[in-house]
Design a protein around this ligand. Structure first.
Ligand SMILES: [Zn+2]
Length: 424
């Protein structure tokens, strides 16, 4: 990858300004009184992409001593107490400002390749408001990616899960047992994907990481941890879901709208834990019924990249209809009839395309669709929120609160015939 020399000027000014500007540590650390497992009990290291490409400098705040190491060798290049560091691209490498030398004035230091910032005691760092604001556990790896900065947070699985469960089930409406079920599902999902990505290799390339968004799993770092969230992760530490002794993709979603969908929606193997089940308890969810109307021209624009990829010449859309009803009335495909022909597109892919510009406007894959002629609109009437496969978060919350179901009961309801196994 070609590196781009950063021009001096505004960015240079910002570099130094950030190094000396006080950064606020995230004040939201209500769960910090509960310890998560450490050592081997903390699970494998997980790498999460906080920002793929951001203009530097990036300001990093660390409480207590911090080490700066070069990557990939991990050699410590600098160690000391410096509450504020600023990193920016410099040629093909990086420059880190804020490293004091022998107690003398703060200076910048150049590195030929990527660096790792390791908070040695606090084991936390914070990023500034403009650059992925928030507090995170673990270490921060910074790469020069063609003149932009790529930020990857590496931390043990159990600590990562606290940032996932806290983000996925935020707010007091989620009882402890629902949080525990979510922790086990997210742990299973992560380990499954990690093993699939590694394909037997000892490690992954340094720059590869899972997204911090719902494209993988929503991750909010330490900022969204609460006491119940930490308790849920700690009390289920190392526990995963299995079917016939193996991990499976333990999908989950916000609200199913009355019944969960089959994993066939994602072309998953048809296994009992992902068949789909009735879910009476998310009926009270505000997502139970929804309606979306969008201009046909906008729908055509959203479908254009998909059609282009497949060499489909897309004409004016005349009809849209979910087809191939699976179990419990769920469809897997959307049939699109247009002036130049017809095609079918997988519903989850269709939802992704429609939501690319306006997140969550098509709330789920469970809908009926029609075309309204004047003005030319596509109307979708649906239920639920999310893809509908696996654990229904709203239903699990209601079952834990109203029916006093344990996390194990919640998991065997939403993933029938699953086993629960402690793997570390
Ligand atoms: Zn439900």
């Amino acid at each position: 990858m070609k590196s781009v020399l950063l021009k001096l000027g505004i960015s240079h000014y910002l570099f130094w300004a950030l190094a000396f500007t006080p950064l606020l540590f995230c004040s939201c650390r209500p769960g910090s009184s509960i310890d998560l497992p450490s050592g081997r009990g903390a699970g494998p290291a997980i790498r999460i992409l906080l920002l793929a490409e951001v203009d530097g400098p990036v300001a990093v705040a660390v409480e207590g001593p911090v080490a700066v190491s070069t990557l990939p060798d991990g050699a410590v290049a600098w160690k000391g107490s410096q509450p504020r560091l600023a990193v920016q691209a410099e040629g093909a490498g990086l420059s880190v400002a804020g490293l004091s030398v022998a107690g003398r004035s703060v200076t910048g230091r150049s590195f030929a390749g990527p660096v790792r910032l390791t908070p040695l005691e606090s084991r936390r760092f914070s990023l500034s408001r403009q650059q992925g604001e928030g507090a995170y556990r673990g270490v921060l790896d910074v790469f020069n990616h063609g003149g932009k900065l790529r930020l990857i947070n590496q931390l043990p699985l159990e600590e990562y899960l606290a940032g996932v469960v806290g983000k996925e089930m935020s707010g007091s409406r989620f009882p402890l047992e629902a949080l525990k079920a979510q922790a086990v599902a997210a742990r299973t999902f992560t380990l499954y994907r990690l093993r699939a990505a590694m394909q037997g290799a000892a490690s992954l390339p340094l720059e590869s990481a899972f997204p911090a968004t719902s494209e993988f799993q929503s991750y909010g770092g330490a900022a969204c941890e609460t006491v119940p969230v930490l308790q849920a992760v700690r009390e289920t530490a190392g526990q995963v879901l299995t079917w016939e002794g193996k991990l499976f993709q333990a999908y989950y979603h916000a609200s199913c709208g009355g019944s969960t969908a089959s994993g066939a929606l994602f072309n998953e193997k048809d296994i009992p834990p992902l068949h789909g089940v009735p879910c009476a308890r998310c009926q009270a969810s505000p997502e139970r019924r929804w309606e979306l109307k969008i201009p046909l021209a906008e729908l055509e624009r959203a479908l254009a990249p998909w059609a282009r990829e497949r060499g489909v010449k897309l004409g004016k859309i005349q009809e849209v209809q979910p087809v191939e009803n699976g179990a419990r009335g769920r469809s897997r495909y959307l049939r699109v009839v247009h002036a130049a022909g017809r095609f079918e597109i997988r519903l989850d892919r269709f939802r992704q395309l429609l939501n690319a510009e306006a997140p969550n406007r098509l709330r789920s894959c469970a809908f009926t669709a029609s075309i309204l002629p004047e003005p030319a609109l596509a109307m979708f009437q649906g239920s639920g929120f999310g893809h509908g496969v696996g654990l229904c978060q709203s239903g699990a919350a209601a079952m834990a609160a109203g029916d006093r179901r344990s996390f194990g009961e919640l998991l065997t309801h939403y993933y029938p015939e699953c086993g629960i196994l402690k793997v570390y």
